[in-house]
Design a protein around this ligand. Structure first.
Ligand code: ADP
Ligand code: MG
Length: 289
């Protein structure tokens, strides 16, 4: 955001006594309306051998918005997410987050800057409880990486506070208290998805990336999740990027939709415009059940 960027040098450069603005904590974001995108990708590509999985995609996300990426299987949506979050290094192109170049930065660095995600294929520590999984997410922000967080598990008082906070987050995402100490492998599919979101929120992100969060959910759970995303934006000031196949969810919640097909951006706009775009109908919507 321009106001924030103009005030101080990059995070970490403040030093003792240096002015450090409110960073990361979404609830304390300054309220100035900014037109500066929170995230911007310009001409980003990813090649796997001869396959161009993402082909010169440019894209930006305004702060406090909910935007979606849609497209057929294999279109490059998850690959694009993986580049934004530092899991894959782009073959070419540039990614900025909150005005900083984050192209090919390590995932834990990007998390620390305020980006968190969930995975298309749920990635929880299956033999840990729900609370423990959230604690891992919390420390992913502070200690730099999952292994660091496991090896440096918090000491008593800190642990107790951490657990309280984890339970608050689990309640916030809609887990019932009796599930808090259940091993994550034994939770229902919907609860595992909710737990993944709680774990992502534990790192106090400003941008939350959700890769097919309603996959495997029933229509009622999907509708709940839609309302929950709106609460995250409206109450916590979060910005959300969503990959989603359920068109009811996408059309209902998105301010803007970007459509990928064979790695290329083929359309972008508000839900009504995208829905009637002939290229989108041809490549994707026409094939939806
Ligand atoms: N790690 C990888 N190595 C090789 N090919 C990959 C890898 N990840 C994805 N791909 C390929 O890139 C293309 C886009 O995949 P993906 O981003 O998962 O699509 P989507 O999420 O839109 O379904 C697919 O052809 C897929 O097989
Ligand atoms: Mg995918």
């Amino acid at each position: 955001m321009s106001a924030e960027r103009g005030r101080a040098p990059v995070a970490g450069a403040g030093g003792p006594g240096g002015e450090t603005g409110p960073k990361g904590a979404a609830a304390t974001q300054d309220e100035t309306v900014s037109t500066e995108p929170l995230l911007a990708a310009s001409d980003v590509s990813k090649a796997f051998g001869g396959l161009l999985a993402v082909d010169r995609v440019s894209f930006s996300i305004p702060p406090r918005s909910i935007v979606s990426i849609i497209g057929p299987n294999g279109a490059g949506k998850t690959t694009f997410f993986n580049m934004l979050t530092g899991l894959y290094r782009p073959t070419s192109g540039r990614i900025t987050f909150d005005g900083r170049d984050v192209t090919a930065k390590r995932p834990d660095r990007i998390t620390a800057l305020g980006m968190a995600r969930t995975f298309q294929n749920i990635r929880l520590f299956s033999t840990m409880t729900a609370v423990e999984n959230v604690l891992v997410g919390r420390h992913a922000r502070m200690k730099g990486g999952l292994f660091g967080s496991i090896l440096t598990f918090p000491v008593r008082g800190e642990e107790r506070r951490g657990r309280e906070r984890a339970r608050e987050l689990l309640a916030f995402v809609g887990l019932r208290p009796e599930s808090f100490e259940v091993m994550s492998a034994n939770l229902s599919y919907g609860d595992q998805r909710r737990l993944e979101i709680a774990r992502a929120l534990a790192s106090e992100p400003r941008l939350l990336l959700l890769d097919e969060p309603t996959a495997g959910m029933n229509p009622q759970e999907s509708a709940q999740l839609t309302r929950f995303m709106e609460r995250l934006r409206d109450e916590l000031g979060l910005t959300i990027l969503l990959i989603e196949h359920d068109m009811k969810v996408v059309m209902g919640v998105s301010e803007r939709i970007t459509v990928l097909d064979h790695g290329e951006k083929i359309a972008e706009g508000d839900p009504a415009a995208v829905r009637r775009d002939p290229r989108v109908v041809e490549a994707y919507l026409g094939k939806q059940g």
